[in-house]
Design a protein around this ligand. Structure first.
Ligand SMILES: [Fe+2]
Length: 196
């Protein structure tokens, strides 16, 4: 079990206060706010959600490639013995990689598809944060499309990820009466400026 305190130490050690660590901290903060909102409605492993949200992008210490940073994060956290959090590094990429894609990118031959509530929440929260500012799914996906013009494979997967994120957000809203986009954007007065 990785405590949030130890997750912060890992972020410090490998992130070395690089700009991208601000995104990690913002996603972790929102994960904490969202878990408080969900806590009254459903069971949820809040420590795991918080730690895994903090480290979902830890692989950026090696690369900012939109897919391979997840693979690097998986490798690092597996080596450190944090297997659940390692899975999240790989499975947050485009809302999940199937067995064939996993092998293609150097991961073990299995599906890296988020299934638990916590695993599915992390990519959704990630898509609701542009660098370190809250945003909406619509704006975030539009910005990701612009950043990856020419990468047709990535854009096709991105369209699938947008459908998954939108439908999971709807499912949470229908089940628990909570719209994550609203919770996220009610922080800091709903700022949406993009700096990434
Ligand atoms: Fe990421």
């Amino acid at each position: 079990m990785l405590s949030y305190e130890n997750a912060l130490k890992i972020l410090d050690r490998y992130g070395k206060e690089a700009a991208w660590t601000k995104h990690c901290l913002a996603v972790a903060d929102l994960a904490s706010i969202i878990s408080t909102a969900l806590w009254e409605k459903t069971e949820l492993d809040t420590e795991f959600l918080h730690s895994a949200a903090l480290l979902h992008d830890i692989g950026r210490y090696v690369t900012h490639d939109p897919i391979l940073h997840g693979v690097e994060g998986y490798k690092l956290l597996t080596e450190l013995g944090y297997h659940r959090e390692a899975f999240v590094c790989a499975s947050h990429i485009l809302y999940g990689l199937n067995r064939r894609e996993a092998v293609q990118y150097g991961l073990p031959e299995k599906d890296f598809i988020p299934t638990s509530l916590e695993e599915k929440l992390i990519p959704l929260i990630d898509f609701l944060v542009e660098f370190d500012k809250p945003t909406t799914l619509k704006k975030r996906f539009s910005s990701l499309r612009k950043r990856n013009i020419g990468n047709d494979y990535f854009l096709t997967k991105l369209a699938e990820a947008e459908l998954k994120a939108t439908s999971f957000q709807r499912e949470i809203n229908e089940k628990f009466g909570i719209l994550l986009e609203d919770i996220v954007n009610n922080q800091e007065g709903g700022k949406n400026e993009s700096t990434d």
